[in-house]
Design a protein around this ligand. Structure first.
Ligand code: CP
Length: 312
C-alpha cells in the first residue's frame, strides 16, 4: 500500500505483518538507545486539524526515533485560519517534498481526499467518525499481547459507537481477525445497520458484557453530536459507566481498554481505570508508538522501492 488511510483495505496477513514489526519496536523502545534509521533522510509532516495528545505525540516520537526530519504544523496558527482550504494547504506542503504526511481532520473522508492530491505517503491519524487505523492496530497489539492471540475472542465495545472512528476501525479489524464483537450503548448512540458489520448489539450493559474477554470503553464524543441528543453524565454513568460490579459480568480475566482521552466518572470508574490488574490503558499508549513506527517503516520501504522524482 502507498498510504495508510484505514483498516478497510488491509488483509489479515497485512495486519499481522504490521503487528509483528511493531512487536520488535516495543522491545526497541524499551532499550536505552532509541535511535534507528528506517526513516533517515525522509521528511515527515504532522498536520492535526483537531486536538490530540496521544496520536500526535506518538507519531512525532515514532518519526524521530526512526531518524526522520519531523515537522509539526500548528494548524491553529496556519493560514487555514485565513480561509485556505485543506487541499490548498496540502498542495502547499506537498510542494516542499515531504515523504510522509500524518493527518487528522474533523471531516470523514478528508484524509482520503487529501491523499489523492499529494505524491507522498499519507497516514490517517483520525478523520471524523470514519477511521482511526493506527488506533485499531495499537489496540490489536495490546489485545494480542494480553491474551496471547487475536482471534476467537469475545470483545465488547461500549459507549458512543455512532460518533466513534475508533469503534469503526476496531470493528473492521477485529472482524477481519475472526473475533466475536459486541457493541453496547444507548440506542441513540448506535448507528443503524451496524449489525451488517457482523456485530451483536446490546442496550443492556451487563448482558453485553457477559463472558467478554476484552472490554473496550469509549467516551461520549460531544464535539460530533451536532446539537443532537446528549445524555446526562450521571444517567449515562449509571447505565453505561464501567465499574467493578458491571465488569464482574465479563470473563474473570477480562482486560479493560480505553483509547483516551478518558472521562473518569462518566464512561469509566477512575479506580478501575488505574487498576493495573485489569486495565491495559497505559499499555495501549506504549503500543501506539511501536505501531506508528511499524506503519511508517513499512510505508517508507515502499517509498524507497519507487523511483524518486528528481527534477532536472
Ligand atoms: N486515542 C486518541 O486518538 O487520542 P488523542 O485524541 O489524544 O490523539
Amino acid at each position: 500500500h502507498r498510504h495508510l488511510l484505514g483498516i478497510e483495505p488491509l488483509r489479515p496477513d497485512e495486519i499481522t505483518t504490521i503487528l509483528d514489526l511493531a512487536e520488535q519496536y516495543v522491545r526497541f523502545n524499551r532499550g536505552r538507545d532509541k535511535h534507528a534509521n528506517a526513516l533517515a533522510g525522509l521528511t515527515q509532516i504532522n498536520m492535526f486539524f483537531e486536538n490530540s495528545t496521544r496520536t500526535q505525540a506518538s507519531f512525532e516520537l515514532a518519526g524521530k526515533r526512526l531518524g526522520a526530519d519531523v515537522m509539526n504544523m500548528s494548524m491553529q496558527a496556519s493560514s487555514v485560519k485565513k480561509g485556505e482550504t485543506l487541499i490548498d494547504t496540502a498542495l502547499t506542503l506537498n510542494a516542499m517534498h515531504p515523504d510522509l504526511l500524518v493527518v487528522r481532520h474533523p471531516h470523514s473522508g478528508a484524509v482520503d481526499l487529501l491523499a489523492q492530491k499529494v505524491n507522498c505517503a499519507v497516514l490517517n491519524a483520525g478523520d471524523g467518525r470514519h477511521e482511526h487505523p493506527t488506533q485499531a492496530l495499537l489496540d490489536a497489539l495490546t489485545i494480542r499481547r494480553a491474551k496471547g492471540r487475536l482471534h476467537r475472542l469475545t470483545i465488547a465495545i461500549c459507549g458512543d459507537i455512532a460518533h466513534s472512528r475508533v469503534a469503526r476501525s476496531n470493528l473492521l479489524l477485529l472482524h477481519k481477525m475472526e473475533n466475536r464483537i459486541r457493541l453496547i450503548g444507548p440506542e441513540t448512540l448506535m448507528p443503524t445497520g451496524i449489525e451488517d458489520f457482523g456485530a451483536e448489539v446490546f442496550a443492556d450493559m451487563r448482558e453485553g458484557l457477559k463472558g467478554a474477554d476484552v472490554v473496550m470503553m469509549l467516551r461520549l464524543q460531544k464535539e460530533r453530536m451536532d446539537g443532537g441528543f446528549i445524555p446526562s453524565e450521571r444517567e449515562y454513568y449509571h447505565r453505561f459507566g464501567l465499574d467493578a460490579e458491571k465488569l464482574s459480568h465479563a470473563a474473570p480475566d477480562a482486560i479493560v481498554m480505553h483509547p483516551g482521552p478518558m472521562n473518569r466518572g462518566v464512561e469509566i470508574d477512575g479506580t478501575l481505570a488505574d487498576d493495573i490488574n485489569r486495565s491495559v490503558i497505559q499499555d495501549q499508549v506504549e503500543m501506539g508508538v511501536a505501531v506508528r513506527m511499524a506503519a511508517m517503516d513499512l510505508l517508507a520501504r515502499n517509498l524507497r522501492a519507487r523511483p524518486s522524482e528528481v527534477m532536472a
